[in-house]
Design a protein around this ligand. Structure first.
Ligand code: ASP
Length: 438
């Protein structure tokens, strides 16, 4: 019998995880059971993916660059990637702003809901934590992010998953210098990284064998820790606007894939679906990165010279879903708590602020909300109302995080594909044997 495709196995794991989670919330002590005995499975899976992220970036970027015959090609790929990343992010923000201004989800919120949400969440430690994190990020000077990209210690950079850009910088530097020395001298190093790269891509396959079970655990945990359904319902209109925007953004990507890459959008979605499903289940583009790379290279056919640069950079700086969410959430909060601040010039500031904020957001769960604080502060949102503002959207943040992370990952995969096409590096998929199943 033919085995079920990996993405279907994952979907089944997700559905069963949700059903199991719902059943457990009904049982006395069920939620605790999930936290104690089921959740660790999901956590181990995320650890495994993060474990291979740094070696994968190092090996694949160094291999990718040293495979290029000259540096000018790298400049072309780099320049295009950054421009398209900025372009798609601006499109996402504009979609978000148009929807939130037309559909006005803030109008549906009653004073009673505000009071209830404020009482439940405004003093929540997690909200205070996000505001403090945001102020730490803001204290840095304007060029600090460039300074932060350059590591002072390569090993220290590689030992911290938050330093992904530093690892990227270091790998590009090594790769370029390998091109600058005679081939004979760079050969042993190149062979070493080629081999490391193959081993790590195989590790992705092995880890993915457990994906259906891991997503079961991850979603069961999300369900048992979800908020009171009444509160979720009150925020349905706001959540609906974000979800609609994210859906439209997927439409934009499909258009790009059809027009520029000349590929069928359904085929494309099928190839990258395991990465999307994992993004949804983990809410982390960084944790999903190894799978995104494997799918885009082996299943879509993007050459590693392109994907090894475009995808890790994208995971850290290209977050279209996050920027769209930040645009909708900030205007929604203003509609409810500070309507007088909703001027045209403030909305233009939101475009810029959300663009920078999504670049600065870490690729981990909940990061988009930290940078949302900065977006609100940029337009002069009253500081004393900030905790109330965040309390308004907190209850639905996790489900929206799952959706926006899916869009973030789809955006990276799309840009990798169209950049590859534009430099003649989109070839045939090269699926290895026993790739999805043993
Ligand atoms: N969780 C998102 C990601 O990893 C970031 C965010 O919007 O919170 O892409």
């Amino acid at each position: 019998m033919k085995k079920l495709a990996l993405h279907w196995q994952i979907v089944i794991g997700m559905v069963l995880g949700i059903v199991f989670g719902v059943l457990m919330t009904k049982l006395n002590g069920g939620a605790q059971f999930v936290k104690d005995w089921i959740q660790p499975l999901g956590t181990i899976f995320i650890h495994l993916l993060k474990l291979i992220a740094v070696p994968l970036i190092l090996a694949s970027l160094i291999k990718g660059i040293s495979d290029l015959k000259d540096i000018s090609k790298f400049k072309r790929i780099g320049g295009r990637t950054i421009l398209i990343y900025i372009g798609t992010t601006v499109v996402a923000i504009v979609i978000g702003l148009v929807l939130v201004n037309v559909l006005k989800p803030g109008n549906g919120i009653t004073q009673q809901t505000i009071t209830k949400l404020t009482e439940t969440y405004a003093s929540d430690a997690k909200i205070a934590e996000r505001i403090t994190e945001a102020s730490n990020q803001k204290k840095a000077g304007p060029l600090q992010f460039v300074v932060d990209m350059v590591p002072q210690n390569a090993l220290a950079a590689m030992s911290n998953n938050k330093m992904m850009l530093q690892v990227i910088f270091f790998s590009i530097f090594i790769g370029i210098c390998m091109l600058l020395i005679p081939e004979k001298e760079s050969e042993p190093l190149k062979k070493f990284f080629d081999s490391l790269n193959s081993v790590i891509l195989k590790m992705v396959d092995v880890i993915m064998l457990s994906a259906p079970f891991a997503v079961f655990a991850l979603l069961a945990k999300v369900v048992v820790t979800a908020d009171d359904p009444d509160i979720l319902l009150a925020l349905l209109r706001y959540a609906g606007v974000v979800a609609l925007g994210l859906f439209l953004m997927i439409g934009v990507y499909m258009l790009l894939v059809t027009v520029i890459a000349k590929k069928s959008p359904l085929w494309f979605l099928k190839q990258i679906s395991p990465a999307q499903l994992l993004a949804f289940s983990t809410s982390s583009s960084a944790a999903t990165l190894p799978v995104t790379m494997e799918r885009v290279e082996e299943h879509v056919g993007v050459d590693q010279e392109v994907s090894s640069f475009v995808l890790p950079v994208g995971a850290t700086i290209n977050m279209d879903g996050t920027s769209l969410y930040q645009a909708v959430a900030s205007v929604f909060i203003m509609q409810v708590l500070w309507p007088e601040g909703l001027t045209f010039s403030n909305q233009i500031s939101i475009v810029l602020a959300a663009l920078l904020a999504s670049i600065g957001s870490a690729a981990v769960p909940g990061a988009g909300m930290v940078m949302l604080v900065i977006v609100l502060e940029t337009v002069g949102f009253p500081a004393d109302r900030l905790p109330v503002g965040l309390a308004l959207i907190f209850a639905v943040d996790r489900p929206l995080d799952m959706l926006r992370t899916t869009v973030n990952v789809t955006g990276d995969a799309t840009v990798a594909t169209i950049v590859a096409k534009s430099v003649g590096k989109l070839g045939k998929p090269k699926v290895k044997n026993w790739d999805d199943q043993l």
